[in-house]
Write a protein that binds this ligand. Structure first.
Ligand SMILES: Cc1cc2nc3c(=O)[nH]c(=O)nc-3n(C[C@H](O)[C@H](O)[C@H](O)COP(=O)(O)OP(=O)(O)OC[C@H]3O[C@@H](n4cnc5c(N)ncnc54)[C@H](O)[C@@H]3O)c2cc1C
Ligand code: SF4
Ligand code: SF4
Ligand code: SF4
Length: 447
């Protein structure tokens, strides 16, 4: 096995990065007391770099890092006050489908628009004083920033789903300086990092009083967007503004170019042509060539440590004419109360559904999670350390599944080396075929 770690690397987050386990949340940078960590954003994913000449090896960055270790059981007990008894979904009080009632707002938001609606409701009713939101920054192509929004307009202006890296954790420094309490919106790994940081920083525990987690099957790197634009003959450097999901559900990718009034729209789903669907899938379908290897090891699709978790309502055939729908899980009494208030105020539609229906809606992402053990086996065979996720479901693995994972890994590596679309889609096709084969084998084993 390759040796990826030296002793001092184990004190800070150096070994996490070397073992391909960093999920680029940015939390380590925010908590380092001597600011010895910087994020290098020149590549497809941000990478934390430790200035070892200044590092005092205090270990704080490593203790908040979700990349190498998350104790789902202990954190569930600590923050939700409950036993971790439902390993595929995390502890929850209810599963639901829902959406905001205002059709205009709903068409402008990502799915059913509940993430922003809950955040705004809390601001209006003084449950919290600011909301952690993310959006594009103007620091470079596909660069994002996470900030504190203190007004309804600022929350509304934040982005819909950003399918590129977001280093949400860097906002912790702003939270420290801000008076009052905060609602945090982020991906599952952002929430894991926040929870770990809250366990070691008591002031952060007091200040972040509510968390909204977004379901996540992976974040594509900046190169995915670059590839997508190039496949449509758009020069990434000429892009002024880009929205990943806009105009209805599941929405379009909209691109506005510098020096032009023309809005380029690329539909998703059934409205797409076959070739354009292939281009979209090559760039953005989970498990594809542009996703970080750490995402294939991720144990947490449903944001299991948040107060409330939200995703799309895929495959439930709800009326999408008037806009999208969320599916979600209510995990805390506070979230339950807020959803009741929003319903009574006539702001949202909320319908309880069974856990089975929720799992059906997210079948393909769940299948990927069931393949976790094969992905972990491959990770170790490639010479990297395994992450430790206490509480994750055992999943299934055998020689064939690990071999398929390995072929998939090889194809992704080859695909990334292809600068041009013509070469890339062949590998992408093989990758998704293997994914489907993997899922089929897991299903057969379960049956
Ligand atoms: C990378 C990524 C992968 C996802 N994968 C899935 C999936 O596989 N299945 C599924 O059902 N749902 C997935 N989602 C969630 C889904 O796209 C919607 O975000 C979710 O349904 C909430 O919709 P909404 O209408 O309630 O959000 P809105 O009311 O539109 O609010 C969106 C909020 O999310 C925040 N935000 C946007 N992007 C990011 C980001 N990258 N990191 C942190 N915060 C962000 C913004 O600040 C904004 O406030 C994913 C989201 C992302 C960003
Ligand atoms: S804290 Fe986040 S950014 Fe830092 S090493 Fe860990 S996963 Fe990566
Ligand atoms: S070990 Fe301490 S000083 Fe060193 S990088 Fe991490 S947080 Fe900073
Ligand atoms: S799949 Fe997991 S590790 Fe990857 S971005 Fe999503 S929550 Fe983070």
């Amino acid at each position: 096995m390759k040796e990826n770690t030296c002793e001092t690397d184990k004190k800070h987050i150096g070994s996490v990065v070397k073992n391909n386990l960093c999920c680029f949340c940015g939390t380590c940078q925010a908590v380092c007391p001597i600011e010895a960590i910087t994020m290098d954003c020149s590549g497809s994913f941000p990478v934390p770099i430790v200035d070892v000449s200044r590092c005092t090896q205090c270990g704080l960055c490593r203790s908040v890092c979700p990349g190498h270790e998350v104790d789902l059981q202990a954190i569930t007990k600590d923050f939700l006050g409950q036993a971790y008894d439902r390993p595929m979904t995390g502890f929850h009080l209810d599963c639901f489908t829902g959406a905001v009632c205002d059709e205009h707002l709903r068409s402008q938001r990502t799915s059913g628009g509940l993430a922003k609606e809950i955040a705004i409701w809390g601001l209006e009713n003084k449950r919290w004083d600011a909301v952690v939101v993310s959006q594009f920054s103007n620091e470079g192509f596909c660069r994002t920033k996470t900030t504190l929004a203190a007004t309804v307009e600022e929350v509304e202006r934040s982005a819909g789903s950003l399918y590129c890296p977001v280093t949400c954790g860097t906002v912790i420094r702003q939270i420290e300086k801000k008076n009052g309490t905060v609602c945090f919106i982020g991906l599952p790994c952002h929430i894991q990092a926040l929870r770990k940081a809250q366990q070691v920083l008591p002031w952060l525990r007091e200040k972040v009083c509510f968390t909204i987690g977004l379901f996540c099957s992976g974040t594509p790197g900046v190169d995915a967007t670059r590839f997508f634009l190039k496949s449509h003959h758009i020069d990434p450097n000429s892009v002024e503004l880009m929205v990943y999901r806009s105009a209805g559900w599941p929405g379009q990718i909209q691109v506005c170019l510098k020096d032009s009034d023309v809005l380029h729209c690329f539909p998703r789903g059934k409205a797409n042509t076959f070739i354009n669907h292939l281009k979209f899938a090559t760039a953005f379908h989970h498990g594809g060539a542009f996703f970080h290897p750490r995402c294939s090891l991720c144990p947490d699709y449903f944001a299991e440590l948040a107060d409330i978790s939200l995703g799309d309502a895929w495959k439930l055939h709800l009326d999408a004419e008037s806009g999208g729908w969320n599916t979600g899980l209510v995990r805390s009494r506070c979230a339950e109360q807020i959803m009741r208030e929003l319903q009574q105020a006539g702001r949202i539609v909320y319908n309880s559904i069974g856990t089975e229906q929720l799992l059906k809606s997210h079948k393909s992402s769940i299948q990927m999670r069931k393949n976790l053990l094969s992905a972990m086996n491959l990770h170790t065979r490639l010479g990297f350390q395994k992450p430790i996720f206490t509480g994750q479901p055992k999943g299934t693995s055998n020689f064939l599944l690990t071999l398929l994972c390995r072929i998939q890994w090889f194809c992704k590596k080859r695909a990334k080396a292809q600068a041009h679309w013509n070469g890339l889609w062949v590998f992408t096709f093989i990758v998704s075929f293997i994914q489907k084969l993997n899922n089929f084998i897991v299903q057969r084993k379960e049956a």
